[in-house]
Design a protein around this ligand. Sequence first.
Ligand code: ADP
Length: 512
Amino acid sequence: MGDNGSITSVLHQTAEQFHILVDSVEEYAIYMLDPNGTVVTWNKGAQKIKGYMPGEIIGKNFACFYTAEDVAAGKPQRNLSEAARRGNIRDQGLRVRKDGSTFEAEVILTALRNDQGTLRGYSKVTRDITDQIRSREFEAEKIAAQKASKAKDDFLAALSHELRTPLTPALAAATYLEENAKKIPQEFVEDVQLIKRNVKLQARLIDDLLDLTRITRGRLRIDLENCDAHIIINNAIDIASSAIAAKQLKLSTNLDAKQHHILADCIRLQQVFWNLINNAVKFTHPSGQITIHTFNDEAARFHFEITDNGIGIEPERLASLFTPFEQADASVTRQFGGLGLGLAISKHLVDLHHGTIEAKSRGRSFGAIFSVTLDTAAKGDATELDSPGRSKPPKPLRVLLVEDHRDTRRMLSRLLTHFGHQVLTADNVRSALDIVGSGEIDVLVCDIGLPDGSGYEVVSQTRRARPIKAVALTGFGTEEDLRRSKEAGFDFHLVKPVDFHELQTILDKLAA
Ligand code: ADP
């Protein structure tokens, strides 16, 4: 009897401790229901998560924790009978607080039976997992966004490849005709230049798309050297000169800066100036006026300012001009064309040079002023860009041209022959390696994507046989492509449409 008494009191004590333990848990709502689902006990966690005080909820049916739809669908009752049948169930879904707000809950409902197996009620443990779900959703969204952005980048790279391929033979044909201008009637000479100009413009647009991809991937790099900004500006003006002439625009150039040497990526800086000049030309009416002015400030910084009296920009639009794909308005785009990438790319390039770029306008039809400010460097050996002068190669080379695109192969071969070289052609890996095996070749000029393999295979196998120089031709211009091409053994990498002066300069170097 005494023993029994002490067991009872120990059990009693344990139950009490258990009750205290359960009550003190705040992260979980732990409570009991009778067999009908009426709330019998209520801990602190339940109070905290669901918002009811014990006195407000004990005696009420637990269905009030479910949403109206769940109640209408009989879910509370179904959960009870399921738990009774299986012993316990796990459920996840929306639950309702006292104030009507909802939260995402994870619930374990366990049937409680006495020794005879009679159902005495249920225990319910509920956890608020809203934050977890949110962060999981956020993670999923982030991953989906990253995937989408990679897919977009890959698409742009593939698209630019496809768009470049047909440009190469077109540009090669135009260059060839230009080279033979004396043999074609005078009236067509200008058309040839027109074709060439437009193919190059198309290539520029493709480059902009690729540049944007590089920017968004943080992969756009600049190579700093000592540049003469005035030479670069004059180069940019030269490129735009035919468009300026065509619109009969008056251009005045006041290059007043005394210090005009800049530590910069000359090609990229020329791209910025060219883009601003090109925009001024594009958005100014025929016979309009464009002024280019450079000067130094007291901190010896270099200022470039281009003013036009064209269509101008609404003040509220000034800030977003440097955002990708932003254009002043749709009617402007329809009238003047363009992708709305030039200024965004220019801004990024100027940022990489630690400079600033700004737009000013008093509004529509008041013209626009764009200015770029950069730090100057001490005068050094300025790098000059573009030396269009050409001469016959010092020594004719035996060139193996591997290219599967028929038109490109034909035109490139014709042009290389015209430049004085001896050209053999192949349109796949196998025949390229046959030629390499049977004859003496000085230079390999090779496309990357080939029907039976890749240009990487051609160069690495060729290199195993003999150490000849190799130039890769590809429609892909990503950093990754350049890296792979170097690794495979190519000495030079040209992106389609191939710039023939560049190809010629490379071959001249190899022939020297
Ligand atoms: P795009 O010229 O291809 O549209 P940009 O990024 O170079 O792309 O320019 C973005 C927009 O800024 C243009 O569409 C045009 O609305 C406006 N803009 C740029 N330069 C000028 C200018 N000189 N005068 C008026 N508007 C300009």
